[in-house]
Design a protein around this ligand. Structure first.
Ligand code: SAH
Length: 248
């Protein structure tokens, strides 16, 4: 099964864009995923092919029309009935690695890219659309968000990353940031790689990495740390369902 990305956009030429290079580009060439950008303007019905109109109630900018969006979404649903439909919007649920994993294990994804002031809200009542945000900042359009989401999914597809295990350790996979990394030269500008990492003692190295992952998460991302402390142990060896002891 090929993971298929359908992207509903006013700028289909933005795809695959950067996803045509490196890891994702090779995977695309090898047929591990498929990229189908769809021009939303093709679903406009008036002679000017308009997809947007002025905001009800007044104000700046333009709003994407629900009727045109619905026709585009219905077309995409017809092409790929099993793929979830996501809309890029800062009003959506923040994208997390857990959702990325779920999406990557499915048949693909249909992504609706906003522009201007965004979508007529009625589209979200009328169609089964998941609203997704990629962070608390405003982009000029949903396309960059779609590229981010797709990149995060594609690297998880079978056979895309060199060593398939290299994904398991990353930041967020365990609810923590990853431990810091180092490589040669051992001494650089007077700074030396932590002694333990050169010890060859795998148990000690693992303990050091765990401690640094926890400490850095606590200091840099108190939001993640709080959640991690309260959540059931996610480590493979951990007793699921048990609360962690308080380490603070
Ligand atoms: N008026 C809107 C912002 C529109 S920005 C608001 O204040 O909520 C134009 C489009 O860019 C949006 O429709 C959306 O598709 C995309 N976009 C902007 N910021 C985004 C974000 N943080 N996450 C996902 N999509 C975003």
């Amino acid at each position: 099964m090929t993971f298929t990305a359908q992207i509903l956009t006013l700028y289909p030429e933005m795809f695959p864009g950067p996803l045509g290079t490196s890891l994702a580009g090779r995977a695309l060439e090898e047929g591990k995923w498929a990229c189908n950008p769809i021009q939303m303007r093709d679903f406009a019905t008036d002679k000017h092919k308009s997809v947007d109109d002025t905001p009800a109630g007044g104000g700046a900018g333009m709003v994407l029309r629900a009727d045109v969006m619905a026709s585009a979404v219905d077309h995409a649903l017809g092409q790929q009935p099993d793929a979830p439909i996501l809309a890029m919007t800062p009003r959506g649920k923040p994208l997390k690695q857990a959702r990325v994993r779920e999406l990557a294990s499915g048949p693909g994804v249909t992504i609706l890219c906003g522009r201007f002031e965004g979508f007529d809200e009625r589209i979200f009542d009328a169609r089964p659309i998941e609203q997704v945000s990629i962070g608390d900042y405003i982009l000029s359009g949903g396309e960059m968000g779609a590229l981010v989401l797709l990149d995060a999914c594609i690297r998880l597809l079978p056979g895309v990353m060199g060593a398939s295990s290299s994904g398991d350790d990353e930041s967020f996979e365990t609810g923590l940031l990853e431990y810091p990394q180092f490589t040669r030269p051992q001494k650089w500008e007077g700074r030396i790689i932590p002694e333990v990492l050169r010890s060859g003692d795998h148990a000690k190295i693992a303990a050091w990495r765990k401690q640094r992952a926890e400490e850095d998460t606590r200091l840099r991302r108190p939001d993640l740390w709080e959640h991690h402390r309260d959540a059931p142990d996610q480590s493979p060896s951990g007793a699921r369902g048990q609360k962690k002891e308080d380490r603070s």
